[in-house]
Design a protein around this ligand. Structure first.
Ligand code: ZN
Length: 116
């Protein structure tokens, strides 16, 4: 019976550049996990509007492509809601759905009027 050969460690074959890239990915993952855990707000959030049990956020996003020169993208609207104790999100787009937009604009108006 042949002995099971020990496979070489694939990490040893990586170039400096590849290792650097892995570190970046690792960093990014860590940050995402940390933010999820602590519930910290993301730095890219420009506006927020709650509508019923859904929170809409207008935020800039990073696509994660290493060579992207146009990051961050957006801002775009995203919807956040709780489902079974977890926060779910969905891309909305450049503009809010009609009802949420009306609520958002009403709030903006109220804010302006309270300042005047
Ligand atoms: Zn990008």
């Amino acid at each position: 019976m042949p002995r099971k050969q020990k496979s070489p460690n694939p990490l040893e074959k990586l170039s400096e550049k590849e290792i650097e890239k892995l570190r970046e990915i690792d960093d990014r993952l860590r940050r995402v996990v940390h933010e999820r855990r602590t519930g910290q707000s993301r730095p890219g959030i420009q506006a927020e509007q709650t509508f019923g049990s859904i929170t809409f956020r207008y935020e800039t996003v990073r696509c994660g492509k290493a060579n992207c020169t146009r990051c961050p993208h957006g801002p775009y609207w995203y919807a956040y809601w709780k489902e079974g104790g977890r926060t779910r999100s969905r891309y909305v787009g450049r503009s809010l759905p009609e009802k949420a937009r009306a609520a958002y604009e009403a709030k903006q108006r109220a804010r302006l009027e309270s300042k005047a």
